[in-house]
Design a protein around this ligand. Structure first.
Ligand SMILES: [Ca+2]
Ligand SMILES: [Ca+2]
Ligand SMILES: [Ca+2]
Length: 251
């Protein structure tokens, strides 16, 4: 009986190990959005932060870098922050305030979720609308080719300018239609991605002629590393059990 129980346990462990290994990549995702709020150090800014954010986030260790581009001749390349609407944040750039409110005038994500949040800069490089015009064009470059990349766009309310522009430096324009307030629109997962370029929002749109349409971004990839380590743990546990048994038999 004891032996049968052990075999059953072993089978259960094996099944668990392989099911975790097989299904986890599809079920789990690793967000590429840093979990700490702060400014992203952008390549075009010399990998430095231009505000006084306490957290200047170097994304290199996360496996990617970000470059910001001017999307319109009336604006300079935007800054990029990580924001969670749970907290209000006050930053300064060139002595001018960037204030992220808990409830933004137009673009309020759910609390306790982190998003990439653009901050539009005018021609002088000053934050527009106290940093609350969430518009920008960004290219993310990975340090290796990634599969299963998922992009979520938050709060696209005007059509024809927010979405994907390029993948691996090649035009792959996929722009979303406008949706209701707080909508989230996603692209089908992208594979073999070394880099991707997105456009988030636009100033002075049809729906928002005095401000613009602010848009936030989330990016995630499947989590094969963790899935593998979980599988390995299960297998290691199995071997541990066997070793233990052999040892006890030897004694
Ligand atoms: Ca915040
Ligand atoms: Ca909105
Ligand atoms: Ca919007």
């Amino acid at each position: 009986m004891k032996k049968a129980t052990f075999t059953a346990k072993l089978l259960a462990a094996t099944t668990l190990g392989f099911s975790v290994f097989t299904f986890a990549p599809a079920a789990n995702a690793t967000s590429l959005v840093p979990t700490t709020e702060g400014e992203i150090a952008l390549k075009n800014n010399g990998n430095a932060c231009l505000s006084n954010a306490a957290n200047c986030i170097d994304t290199t260790s996360l496996g990617y870098t970000v470059e910001s581009f001017a999307y319109n001749s009336n604006y300079k390349a935007s800054l990029l922050f990580v924001d969670d609407s749970k907290t209000q944040n006050n930053y300064l750039k060139s002595g001018l305030g960037i204030t992220f409110l808990k409830t933004d005038e137009g673009t309020t994500s759910n609390a306790s979720t982190q998003w990439f949040r653009p901050v539009a800069l005018d021609q002088k490089g000053n934050p527009v609308e106290n940093g609350r015009l969430e518009v920008g064009m960004f290219e993310f470059v990975f340090n290796k080719v990634v599969d299963g990349l998922k992009l979520n766009f938050f709060d696209i309310e005007d059509s024809g300018f927010s979405g994907l522009l390029e993948v691996n430096g090649v035009s792959a324009t996929t722009l979303f239609p406008g949706g209701v307030d707080k909508n989230i629109q996603s692209l089908p997962v992208l594979n073999s991605v070394k880099s991707f370029k997105v456009q988030l929002g636009q100033p002075q749109t049809k729906t928002f002629p005095n401000t613009g349409d602010g848009v936030l971004l989330q990016a995630s990839v499947p989590e094969p590393a963790t899935a593998v380590s979980l599988g390995v743990l299960a297998v290691a546990g199995m071997f541990g059990l066997r070793k233990g048994k052999k040892a006890s038999q030897a004694n």
